[in-house]
Design a protein around this ligand. Sequence first.
Ligand code: H79
Length: 428
Amino acid sequence: MKIVLKFLLFFVVSIIYSQNYRPSEENLANREWFQNAKFGMFIHWGVYSVLGDGEWVMQQKKIDKKTYERLAGFFNPVEFNPQEWVSIAKNAGMKYITITTRHHDGFSMFYTKQSDWNIVDKTPYKKDIIKLLAEECEKQGIKLFFYYSLVDWYHDDYFPRGMTGQYSGRPDTGNWNNYINFMKAQLTELLTNYGSVAGIWFDGLWDKKNADWKLKEIYELIHKLQPACLIGNNHHLAPIEGEDFQMFEKDLPGRNTSGFSGEAEIGRLPLETCETINNSWGFNLLDKNFKSVKELIQYLVKAAGNNANFLLNVGPMPNGKIQPEFVSRLKEIGDWLNRYGESIYGTRGGPVPQKSWGVTTQKDSKVYIHILNYENQNLLLPDFGKKIKNIYLFDGTKLNYKQDSFGIAIKIPEEKIDPVDTIIIAEY
Ligand code: H79
């Protein structure tokens, strides 16, 4: 009887284990690196960039696929210089790049044997942009993530269709399993031909929420090919088994002001929040709603305070250049990080959750108090269970403070206020 019980227990335990994803050592190390990195560059680039009207133009302007195909013939970014892009990212203080290998229009920015709807076969440029960028990132020590849309407005086998893609003039037939196999084959190419890939950033699942996406198989394939590769999926839901990080689109973790984060609760995985510099992901000629340097830095700081990375987007122009309004802002963020990066890189969300005045980050025995919105010279922090040894401004100026059982009261001299971020260090 005992033996039978033991056997049963073993059986149950092994079933539980076989269902539960256990990240590899390399994967856990990569997660740690990711959380320390804090700041990355998102790149939205595709044949849609030619129209200067964002990456959703095919859907929004109801362009059928035959007509849309013409754009590939115009895509010839002769001024594309991967070395320049990677330098722009590095000088901004960014530690990784996440680029669209394939957006919802289904166009592959890399060479693929699975379809000729790709950069090498269909454009006069003929070069594998992802390959060029991957080589440069390797050279300059920047990690590379691949954005990969699950949606496809071009592929006939993306059928039955979801909420979008209904104007592209495709037959009302298709084989969903073929589509899944097509994606698996493409992901195999991406994880085989481009060196080490820091992560895959999926998007678009919301288009067919209830479809059988075979995520378990897809995630297992990725982790088999590259165990360290971090999987994230912008499905607007709580994390799914097999994922390694959780992202929030145009929102800080746990918030849903954009309406894109749906039911997503914050899980236990590393977090990332992505935003645009104007209001567009793909190049938009008319969009001049540029956020100020102050807003962008404060977004980065708030993300860090909420224990999340900040993935800031650029949508390069069809000639291959990043527009000057983006370049200048990125440079200024980089200058700020050069001075104050200690309070961001390698930190985790601080002991005091976000307040109207700002956020906290922490590292080792230091808490960085970021005053983003100066209210008055008396700052009262709730007690976070540490005996404070010293409190001073980032420039070393000692501050008057008092700690008792109610919390920590700090006097901030008004003349020391920095309108972008006044950083106070509390050492315990
Ligand atoms: O790549 C960028 C966007 O193109 C992509 N994600 C970022 C990173 C993105 N695609 N869609 N969205 C963001 C917003 C989703 C809007 C939706 Fe809907 C609201 C999807 C489902 C409800 C629009 C309205 C599409 C269907 C109904």
